[in-house]
Design a protein around this ligand. Structure first.
Ligand SMILES: [Zn+2]
Length: 246
């Protein structure tokens, strides 16, 4: 489907190269299928994601895996925000960089980590995204022209669905296969999850999507929560309803 000029552009921001695949890839693929411009960004390079490769090597591998997953999704672009694994930060300079990216992409919908997630990089990615949302439409900040309005922000689930009260369940049964292909692109993390936790990454995320689907009454689902703050606390949730439920 061709991109319509008047459609919203979505920027999803994950802390590590596989976080978006675990939490919102089915929804991103569904949006891309419906002609929305989907952009994917990762804050850190995943340089701590291997017992056998050194940091620079595994970072290259993981960013290539994430870029491949974004292609499978149908995303229009993929970005790394320049930070190392275990080194996410929410500074004025990082906010400027993210705000300028949002403005270049004309992103009006942001999807990001919820506050209080398990990993400090997830928490800092949340803080960075939340701050950049506030500055997106602010004059005299960054180098790109301000967005016409503050982007809407919704939070995606975490890997185990812990302490997350959804505002919307998105039926992703139609795109679950794409989500699985995107996850499979992260071969290095399939290995790491097995070595670190004795866990199968695809099975773990299949369980989560199946659990969320059971709550909605469909086979597979992903869940989101509005950011709950001024000026439109549920703006991103209403967008998801318009885009995917209409
Ligand atoms: Zn992560």
């Amino acid at each position: 489907m061709s991109q319509s000029q008047d459609k919203e552009a979505i920027l999803a921001i994950g802390a590590h190269p596989d976080d978006l695949e675990c939490t919102c890839a089915g929804t991103l693929a569904a949006l891309a299928r419906r002609g929305y411009e989907v952009h994917m960004a990762v804050v850190t390079n995943g340089s701590c994601g291997s017992y056998t490769q050194d940091g620079p090597t595994i970072a290259r591998i993981r960013l290539a895996e994430a870029r491949r997953a974004a292609e499978i999704c149908g995303a229009k672009s993929f970005h790394h925000l320049g930070m190392p694994d275990q080194g996410a930060e929410d500074t004025i300079e990082r906010r400027r960089e993210l705000v300028d990216l949002m403005r270049r992409l004309k992103a009006t919908i942001l999807l990001g980590h919820a506050p209080g997630d398990y990993h400090v990089d997830h928490r800092l990615a949340h803080a960075l995204t939340f701050a950049a949302r506030c500055a997106g439409a602010a004059p005299n900040f960054g180098t790109e022209p301000p967005l016409p309005r503050m982007p809407h922000l919704a939070y995606f689930d975490n890997e185990q669905g812990l302490d997350f009260e959804p505002h919307i369940w998105v039926d992703i049964t139609e795109t679950m296969e794409i989500k699985q292909q995107m996850l499979a692109a992260h071969a290095s993390q399939t290995t790491l999850m097995h070595d670190m936790y004795g866990e199968d990454l695809l099975e773990m995320i299949d369980r989560l999507a199946h659990f969320r689907g059971g709550q909605r009454g469909c086979r597979y689902a992903e869940v989101f929560r509005g950011c709950g703050t001024y000026p439109e606390p549920d703006g991103a949730i209403r967008f998801l309803i318009r885009a995917l439920e209409g």
